[in-house]
Structure formats: structure tokens, C-alpha cells
Design a protein around this ligand. Structure first.
Ligand code: B16
Ligand code: MG
Length: 230
């Protein structure tokens, strides 16, 4: 190439790894979180709505509890909060222990199979401390080379820690990763990590995502290749 043909345009970074959020992307555990949190709220003498439950998606267990207690105007000591979170988690675990592969969201298994076959590295990037049980119950654990979840990270999304850790464990650069996320805070975490983000849900809500679809069944390998060129 002669200098006159030389372009300053950055070389597109090829996507090599896919990092998946769990709840709302691969499975819908929000319904179980809602039932368990609502039971706890009812025991404390108040209730909250499904619309309020939307605000709990993607945030950690302790952050969820703090929000719920604020809704009910209930004050608890740190020790009491620990007990309440443990109690809620026991009810939640009892429910997710009965999950089946039928609860994996539409198109997920086909998409995971296709990207695995195409050689993409795959990791989980979830806030949940129960991810291993959910992946095992729904029989999709074998797709994941690395599991980064609430047991491994100290900072919640939108902090990029969970996705940086995923890239490090998969031995790829952040710019070589695409994140699949249903939560605004998760998409923000991906962008702050310097990664591409595919939003699962509504384009009006997930405005920072590079592409938004309703579920993984709408995606092909071609979409990942196109992302590399953005
Ligand atoms: P756990 P994700 C998140 O999962 C849920 O969306 C959120 O509602 C929950 O509070 C959080 O996991 C922690 O879950 O109590 O099981 O540790 O969307 O990050 O996969
Ligand atoms: Mg989620």
C-alpha cells in the first residue's frame, strides 16, 4: 500500500467473545424474585406492584432489599437486613430448584449452539449469586467457559467490573466482546467497559445499545459480524 492509499480509519475489532446476562436474557427468573420479595414485604405488613418489581431487575439482592424496605417505609438494622435477605433467598432458591429446560427463553439454545460452533468464547455476566443452580436446572451450563456472577464481583452494574472480569477470564480484549443485556444498567456497564451491547427488550428503553432485539432467537452470527464493523 502506498501512503496515498493509507487511511487513518481505525481497524475494526473482530468480536471474539459473547458475555450474557442471565435473568431477562437467557431465562426469566424475575417472576420468582417477585414472588419471594412480595412474600417478604407481605410478612412485613406492606405490598408492592409488578411495575415496582421492574426496578429490581439487574440490581443486587441487598440493593433490591433496600429499595423494597424504602417502599414500605420500614427501617431495619444491618443484621436484620441480612436475615431478611437470607429468608427471601431461601424461598427464591426453593422455587428456582424446580426450574426446567422449558423455561429457557425462546431461541436461546439455538443461538448458543450456533455461536459455540462458530468458535466464539462464551461467559456469563450476572448479578445473581444463584446463577450456577439456574444454569444447571435449565441445562445450559455446558455452553459457558466462564461464570462471572454476584459471587465474584463486588461492584454492581452499571459498574463494568462484571464484564471486565469476563473478558479477562476469557483472555480477550474488551473491544472484542459483545454483551447481551436486558437492563439499562447492564447496557451502561457494557459501554463503560468499551464493549458492544445487544439489548434484549425495548429500543426506547435500551437507548445505549448498539442493537436491540426482543429475544436471542432473532439473532444470527451475521449480526455479530456486522457489530465488528460498527
Ligand atoms: P440473587 P441478572 C439479577 O440477575 C436479577 O435481575 C436481580 O433481580 C437480582 O436481584 C440479582 O440478579 C441478584 O440475584 O438474589 O439470585 O443473587 O439480571 O444480573 O442475571
Ligand atoms: Mg438481567
Amino acid at each position: 500500500m502506498t501512503l496515498e492509499h493509507y487511511s487513518e480509519k481505525p481497524i475494526p475489532m473482530e468480536i471474539k467473545a459473547c458475555l450474557f446476562d442471565l435473568d431477562g436474557v437467557l431465562v426469566d427468573t424475575a417472576v420468582y424474585h417477585f414472588k419471594a420479595w412480595r412474600k417478604l414485604a407481605n410478612h412485613l405488613g406492606f405490598d408492592f406492584t409488578e411495575a415496582q418489581n421492574e426496578q429490581l431487575k439487574g440490581i443486587s439482592r441487598v440493593e433490591s432489599l433496600n429499595k423494597i424496605l424504602a417502599w414500605g417505609n420500614v427501617e431495619k438494622t444491618e443484621e436484620e437486613k441480612q436475615q431478611l435477605a437470607t429468608e427471601k433467598n431461601e424461598w427464591y432458591v426453593a422455587m428456582i430448584s424446580k426450574m426446567t429446560p422449558a423455561e429457557v427463553l425462546p431461541g436461546t439454545v439455538d443461538f448458543l449452539t450456533a455461536i459455540k460452533k462458530a468458535g466464539y468464547k462464551i461467559a456469563l455476566g450476572s448479578a445473581s449469586k444463584n446463577s450456577a443452580l439456574i444454569l444447571e436446572r435449565t441445562q445450559i451450563a455446558h455452553f459457558f467457559e466462564e461464570i462471572v456472577d454476584g459471587n465474584l464481583v463486588s461492584k454492581s452494574k452499571p459498574d463494568p467490573e462484571v464484564f471486565f472480569k469476563g473478558a479477562t477470564l476469557l483472555e480477550v480484549q474488551p473491544s472484542e466482546c459483545v454483551v447481551f443485556e436486558d437492563a439499562v444498567a447492564g447496557v451502561e456497564a457494557a459501554k463503560r467497559a468499551g464493549m458492544k451491547a445487544i439489548g434484549i427488550g425495548s429500543a426506547e428503553v435500551l437507548t445505549q445499545a448498539d442493537l436491540v432485539v426482543q429475544n436471542l432467537g432473532q439473532l444470527t452470527i451475521g449480526h455479530l459480524q456486522q457489530l465488528s464493523e460498527l
